[in-house]
Structures are given as structure tokens and as C-alpha cells.
Ligand binder design. Structure first.
Ligand code: UT7
Length: 422
């Protein structure tokens, strides 16, 4: 990462949002679909959470691929080239791999050669934590343009026999570009908190150093997200309003001064509690949980991009993004919007298929889509037709063919050559 020396001397440097973008996979999982999987009902899910449907990544999509599309869209809206970015921070709890970072894969996929890239693990607060870190890099002069992404493929970490969790979550990605400016605006007040007494209220028990993967951990279904919903709900309703309030006060404002709140989209009842806690009408809260469910770190940047693109944000508006999640983490950013909302239309020029995540050339993994999900969505994953002997280390052509979704047989298939038949 390069640090422009002339920028270091500036004391009034601000970090403005100059670009924004989102990507949601096409496949929709409805409450009716979930009724076929667990003992639940559309009525229960809608009345307890506000969720009507959520998106599911296709077999060839991953956190990195969705993040790269959202990121390229944000860069285009900012009027920049990928190589203008000198910092990439990606909030996620569902990385493609434990290592390398998903941010590193995104850097390569968007064609950036300059940026430092890393993942930020703060669960559903990941985007807000990443945004705050990028803000600090920019105002200190360490970065000029930062790409901040929240991206998740939660549907691959859910136990589709646990009705307490599998109804809640969905996949997607959102991103912003933060750019240095000497003009007023951008981040005005930031608050980040972590409350580890809630560490095991939402967690994924196995796969880490405490419980390395084994047949035993698999048999116990410990590779799936677990949650104490009621305790998490209590934490969220207690914390979101106070975290938001602290950020608003740091900005020298009152809640009534804020034009729009972009709260983490976990549950409509939690968002209503935030509005009540801040003594504001629901019209000041942006809501899209009905269409996406809880997309964890992707939730706020998707909501922000939708809010701007749907005309809910104008130049000069003060907005607050506020998140909570496993850890327990919480974070809020109060900021003044300075970008022309009409520029959001430029994101449409970036089609999802421009993104290629380079596959490992000598390794192939198991099926991406959980069988219970594949069955209910009408697609049956019918095996892997890529012969590993056809993909050898250093064979750029074979790697590129797999990356482009053209299996060695020349027919349509995903990056691993896996076929999903409808
Ligand atoms: O991003 C952070 C991640 N997490 C969250 O934000 C989640 C926060 N928590 C919540 O949103 C809510 O606690 C839930 C939506 C998860 C649950 O709603 P609740 O009103 O707190 O329900 P509950 O857990 O108190 O369960 C009430 C009843 C229980 O039955 P009994 O014990 O009263 O007989 C559950 O077994 O509802 C039952 N239940 C369900 N019934 C139908 C739980 N899940 C379901 C379901 N369908 N999917």
C-alpha cells in the first residue's frame, strides 16, 4: 500500500463515501420453501422476524465472487479504476477459506495490483468495523481510496434441520468506496463496542483451533451456526439504540437530526425497538429484511446501496449505520452524505459475469450447496465432471477454463466443473 507523503501533513482530511454497490444472488428461498424443510410456517417467520424471502448463492458463487461484483460496482460508481484502490477491507464470517483472506481473492479478481487487503472478523458488525478502520486509514493519510465490503455466503453454514437458525439468514454482498477529501462531510461520529459475555450466544463451534475438524465434530453438526435467539434479541434491542446514540452525539447531533438510519437487518421487531429507543418514527429506519433476511456483514452495505439508489438519501443528509452481532459486537457510524445519488446507476454497467475468482489449479472440493437446500430449490447436484488430471498446477488454460465456467467438456458448469441440474 502506498502512502502519499503530501497527504500525511493534512489535518482536515475527511473520508467520504464516493461509491457504493451491491450484489444479491438470483436464487430466492421463500418461507414456503422452508416449510418443506423444517417445522415452521410462513406466518411464524413473517410475524416473528419480518422475513419473507432470502437469497441463496449459486454453486459457482462464493463470498469472494459476490464481494468482487459489489466491489467493482462501488469502484465504477466512484468513477475510479480498480488500481486506484490502496486498501481493501472485507467484513465476513463466511470466508471462502480460513486462508488466504477473501479480501486477497477479491483484490486479484477486481484487477487491483496496489492495495493491502485483509478480512475483518466482527460477525454481523464486520462491515461497520471495516468501515471505521478504513476511515481511520484515510484520515491518518495511510490510504487515499479504500474499498470496504461486507459479503456472506451464510446458507453454507446453516443447519437445515434447526428451525431456530435456518430461517433467518441469506447470502449477498455490498460495498462502498471511501475516498480522502479536504471538503467537509463523510464520517462524523463513530462508536465500536465488544461485549464478550455474549461470546457463545451466536457461534460456530467447530473448525477452529479449539475444536479442529473431525468426523466427530461433523457428526455433532458442530460446523453450523448456533444461536441463542432470545438472548441475542435482548442484547440487540438493548445495544443498538445506545450505540447509535453515542455515534450521533460524537457527531454533535441529536437523533432527530438524522435523516435516515440504516440498521443491521436481522429482525423487523429489533428495528422497531431501535426506532422506539431513539424516539423516532419507523419512516426514519431503512428496512429490507423482508427480501434478504439477515445477511450478516453484508446487510448494512446492501441496505445503504438500496437506500441511496431508491432515492432515500440526498446530498447533505446525515445518516447512521448501526450494527450488532456475534461477539457480542456492535458499531455505529454517523456520516454526512456528499455523493450524487444518481451515480448509483453506473453500477448497472458491471455484470456479475465479469468477475473470475481464480480456482486452485490442483485441488477440488466437495459440493458447495448443502443437499437439503439443493433438494428444496429443485436443483440436484449430480457430481463433479472435472477430472482432476485435466487441471494441473501451472496449466493456465485449464485453470482459466474452469474459472470461466466452461468445464473441460465445453458445456456449462461452475468454477469447479460441478453440474447443477434443475
Ligand atoms: O445478526 C445477529 C443474529 N441474530 C439475530 O439477530 C437473532 C435475534 N433473535 C431473534 O430475532 C428472535 O429471537 C428469533 C426470531 C430468533 C426467535 O423469535 P422469538 O420470538 O425470540 O422466539 P423464541 O426463540 O422465544 O421461540 C418461541 C417459540 C418456541 O417454541 P416454545 O418453546 O414456545 O414452544 C420455539 O421453539 O417459537 C418456536 N420457534 C419456531 N416456531 C416456528 C423457534 N423457531 C421457530 C420457527 N418456526 N422457525
Amino acid at each position: 500500500m502506498t502512502t502519499p507523503s503530501s497527504d500525511r501533513a493534512r489535518t482536515s482530511r475527511q473520508a467520504h463515501v464516493t461509491g457504493w454497490g451491491r450484489y444479491a444472488p438470483a436464487q430466492v428461498l421463500t418461507n414456503a420453501d422452508l416449510e418443506r424443510m423444517v417445522d415452521t410456517s410462513d406466518e411464524w417467520i413473517r410475524s416473528r422476524t419480518g422475513i419473507r424471502e432470502r437469497r441463496v448463492a449459486a454453486a459457482h458463487e462464493t463470498t469472494a465472487s459476490m464481494a468482487a461484483v459489489a466491489g467493482l460496482r462501488a469502484i465504477a460508481v466512484a468513477g475510479l479504476q480498480p488500481d486506484d484502490i490502496d486498501l481493501i477491507l472485507l467484513g465476513t464470517l463466511t470466508p471462502d477459506y480460513w486462508m488466504p483472506s477473501t479480501a486477497a481473492l477479491v483484490k486479484e479478481a477486481i484487477g487491483n495490483t496496489r492495495a493491502a487487503a485483509m478480512d475483518v472478523m466482527a460477525a454481523c458488525s464486520g462491515f461497520v468495523y471495516a468501515y471505521a478502520s478504513a476511515h481511520a486509514h484515510i484520515v491518518s493519510g495511510m490510504a487515499r481510496h479504500a474499498l470496504v465490503i461486507g459479503a456472506e455466503t451464510l446458507t453454507r453454514f446453516l443447519d437445515y434441520s434447526d428451525r431456530n437458525t435456518c430461517i433467518l439468514f441469506g447470502d449477498g454482498a455490498g460495498a462502498v468506496v471511501l475516498s480522502a477529501s479536504d471538503e467537509p462531510g463523510g464520517g462524523l461520529g463513530i462508536e465500536l463496542t465488544t461485549e464478550p459475555s455474549g461470546a457463545y450466544m451466536i457461534w460456530l463451534p467447530a473448525g477452529g483451533a479449539k475444536a479442529p475438524p473431525s468426523l466427530d465434530t461433523l457428526a455433532r453438526r458442530e460446523h453450523f451456526i448456533r444461536m441463542e435467539g432470545r438472548e441475542t434479541y435482548r442484547f440487540a434491542t438493548r445495544t443498538l439504540a445506545t450505540t447509535a446514540l453515542t455515534a450521533v452525539e460524537r457527531a454533535g447531533l441529536q437523533p432527530s437530526d438524522i435523516d435516515l438510519f440504516i440498521p443491521h437487518q436481522a429482525n423487523i421487531r429489533i428495528i422497531e425497538a431501535v426506532a422506539k429507543g431513539l424516539d423516532l418514527p419507523m419512516e426514519r429506519m431503512f428496512v429490507n429484511v423482508d427480501r434478504y433476511g439477515n445477511t450478516s456483514a453484508a446487510s448494512i452495505p446492501i441496505a445503504l446501496a438500496e437506500a441511496v439508489d431508491s432515492g432515500r438519501v440526498k446530498v447533505g443528509d446525515d445518516i447512521v449505520m448501526v450494527a450488532f452481532g456475534a461477539g457480542f459486537t456492535s458499531g455505529a457510524i454517523a456520516l454526512r452524505w456528499t455523493a450524487d445519488p444518481a451515480r448509483g446507476a453506473i453500477a448497472d454497467t458491471i455484470a456479475p459475469d465479469v468477475v473470475r475468482i481464480r480456482p486452485p489449479v490442483d485441488w477440488d472440493s466437495a459440493e458447495a450447496i448443502p443437499p437439503a437446500l439443493a433438494a428444496v430449490l429443485g436443483g440436484t447436484v449430480v457430481g463433479d465432471e472435472t477430472d482432476l488430471d485435466d487441471i494441473v498446477p501451472g496449466d493456465a488454460d485449464a485453470g482459466a477454463a474452469a474459472a470461466e465456467g466452461h468445464g473441460p467438456d465445453g458445456r456449462g458448469s461452475d468454477a469447479r466443473g460441478t453440474k447443477v441440474h434443475a
